[in-house]
Design a protein around this ligand. Structure first.
Ligand code: AKG
Length: 263
């Protein structure tokens, strides 16, 4: 299996990302790396989950178990979240210098029966001026359609004017952007080690997990290196006591350029 690196990423992939708002990148991790990170992430998530919902970074819902921003607590997770290959490809796709916004593990439990409905990510975040923020959705197990893979609405990243949508409500996005109801939808099953990248304004959903196997995905989100704080509440920025207009800066928000030295 060939691993995709920033150097081998083709111009076609970059063009696809810019035109459609998402792109599949096979083999962002080797199969061995994916298997190793799968065990680290799954074990960490199960440990956090067993402690209940005391921790605001841990949310156990029907749609998915979500564990937000723990890379700095665990050397194994850090190795994945600060993976220079993933960050380097994200930066090439975005076309601007990036820094980490946050990571999260999203595990769809077996037979969860609940899709993640269409939504854009950007409106959830307290970013005043990040126009190229981008997520890497890394499959740590095989994710066929039946296990909860992603579907993207091509071109929806150009709708930069929409307020936050509800990822539990199928009509929330399409109700305010009806032009996408009959537009191109692309469903992207992934094998372990593959990845999709999506622009933070590209609307996406994920199918339910109808299999006996947990769907384990790790998502790393990057923002423009120059992003400033909008003043809105968010679990990542709440402890930082930032003032509106200040740069989103600090050691928990490292530049992609520094990833290799920080792992
Ligand atoms: O994996 C999922 O169920 C949804 C993922 C998602 O919404 C995201 O990565 O922004």
């Amino acid at each position: 299996m060939v691993v995709t690196t920033p150097e081998t990423l083709s111009d076609d992939k970059i063009q696809h990302y810019r035109d459609k708002g998402f792109v599949k990148v096979p083999g962002i991790l080797s199969k061995d790396e994916a298997a190793e990170f799968h065990d680290i992430i799954y074990r960490f998530a199960e440990r956090k989950r067993s402690l209940g919902e005391e921790d605001p970074g841990v949310r156990d819902r029907e749609v998915f178990t979500q564990i937000v921003n723990f890379w700095h607590e665990d050397a194994g997770i850090r190795g994945l979240t600060l993976h220079p290959n993933v960050g380097g490809v994200a930066q090439k796709l975005a076309g601007v210098p990036l820094r980490l916004w946050h990571d999260h593990m999203l595990i769809k439990q077996p037979h969860n029966k609940t899709p993640t409905e269409f939504h854009q990510d950007q409106p959830y975040w307290p970013h005043a001026d990040s126009t190229q923020s981008i997520s890497a959705w890394i499959a740590l197990c095989d994710v066929p359609v039946e296990r909860g893979c992603m579907t993207f609405l091509s071109g929806s990243h150009r709708r930069t004017d929409l307020s936050a949508q509800n990822l539990n409500d199928a009509e929330s996005f399409l109700g305010i952007a009806p032009e996408f109801r009959y537009g191109e939808r692309v469903t992207v099953p992934l094998e372990a080690g593959d990845c999709t990248f999506h622009h933070s304004r590209c609307a996406h959903m994920a199918t339910p997990n109808d299999t006996d196997v947990p769907r384990v995905a790790h998502i790393v989100i990057y923002m423009d290196a120059t992003t400033t704080f909008s003043g809105n509440k968010h679990i990542v920025t709440d402890p930082l006591a930032l003032k509106e207009g200040e740069a989103l800066d600090g050691e928990l928000l490292p530049f992609v350029e520094r990833f290799a030295s920080l792992r």
